[in-house]
Design a protein around this ligand. Structure first.
Ligand code: MG
Length: 369
């Protein structure tokens, strides 16, 4: 592959409804769409999932933009790339900056699959079965609103519901939801809102049969989670703490979790995600694909990720209309009888709606060879 140019599109999209977590609320999503163009004029697409502010990890839209422009794009244009796996080595001298790397890596994997004229999921070793879907609900102001949302999502076919929790909005919330939906596959995401002094408090969640509690403790912790997992019957799932293969290896050795959420952006892209997938398959650790309020481009990569055999739990694989009035891909991701069908076209399998994306663009940069 001879990469002729890399085009970064910084866009802003309004969310259908604000999305609140234990860190704060979002009403719109700024993101960087990454386009790589080869010598034949074919384009590969990726998405850098950093947020405008560093609430989830240290990366931000502006920081990732300059990281890509200054450090990650120049070596990509220097010489042809035989295989996307080479990117790990190409950037190994650049520490972390996982989301910036992942955005470019996704685009190159898409391009690579298009050059092979094969769907991305097939190139990655995924299977073509329709995917089970789960949905995440941000913090709401009253229980009636949760019921209303959950009723709607169940009707649309979502099989698993995740709610955000934080101190003061946790045990009673879960108890109320469980009472109304005794058989719902339900999980809670704490986004690091607790500490080890909350063990007794978190044990109160155990009777409610949650599928898992996601990331209860600090964003970079693996050790305290092992202590907490020893005290809980509810499986812990790590999200923010896992940014590499080695983090997974450490977590499994220590018993810090029983489930892992994989996000391409958080772990630095496809190459690292595939290594993590292999390790978890060998250790019988179930995986699921998390969401980052992606546009259709990031969502399309998530569908391919969720098609891998180790992804046995429904992920945050929502339809485009869960978040957006109108998505930037054609066709949009839809839920059909409770499932999402994998697109059969080459690469990510969706067209990018260039005119619409242009209308959302705040900043554009083209770096040529
Ligand atoms: Mg999470």
């Amino acid at each position: 592959m001879n990469i002729r140019s890399v085009i970064l599109h910084r866009i802003k999209m309004s969310l259908i409804a604000p999305f609140a977590t234990s860190y704060g609320a979002y009403t719109d999503r700024e993101t960087i769409i990454v386009q790589v163009v080869d010598e034949q004029g074919l384009s590969g697409w990726g998405e850098c999932v950093a947020f405008a502010t560093p609430w989830y990890t240290e990366e931000t839209v502006q920081g990732a933009w300059s990281m890509m422009e200054q450090f990650l794009i120049p070596p990509l244009l220097e010489q042809p790339i035989a295989h996307p796996e080479e990117l790990t080595e190409l950037w190994q001298g650049i520490r972390r900056n996982k989301m910036a790397k992942a955005g470019l890596e996704m685009a190159i994997w898409d391009l690579y699959s298009k050059r092979l004229n094969k769907p991305l999921y097939e190139v990655m070793g995924g299977n073509s079965q329709p995917l089970n879907v789960g949905v995440a609900i941000g913090l709401q102001h009253n229980i009636a609103r949760y019921y209303e949302l959950i009723d709607g999502y169940i009707e649309q076919g979502y099989e698993r519901v995740k709610v955000k929790i934080k101190p003061g909005n946790d045990v009673e919330l879960i108890a109320a939801i469980r009472k109304r939906y005794p058989h719902l596959a339900l999980m809670a995401d704490a986004n690091s809102a607790y500490s080890l002094s909350d063990i007794a408090h978190l044990q109160q969640l155990d009777p409610y049969g949650l599928l898992m509690i996601e990331q209860p403790l600090a964003v970079d912790d693996i050790i305290d989670h092992a202590r907490l997992q020893g005290e809980l019957t509810t499986p812990i799932c790590l999200d923010e703490s896992i940014i590499s293969y080695d983090d997974v290896r450490h977590a499994l050795q220590l018993g810090s979790c029983r489930i892992i959420n994989v996000k391409l952006g958080r772990v630095g892209g496809w190459n690292e995600a595939l290594r993590i997938h292999q390790l978890c398959l060998e250790n019988n650790i179930p995986l699921w694909c998390g969401g980052m309020l992606e546009t259709g481009i990031g969502r399309a990569h998530n569908l391919a990720l969720a098609s891998l055999p180790g992804f046995t739990l429904p992920g945050d694989i929502s339809a485009s209309n869960r978040y957006w009035e109108r998505d930037i891909i054609l066709p949009e991701v839809v839920i059909d009888e409770g499932k999402v069908h994998l697109p059969q076209g080459a690469g990510i399998g969706f067209e990018v709606d260039l005119d619409y994306m242009e209308s959302l663009t705040l900043q554009k940069l083209e770096v040529r060879k």
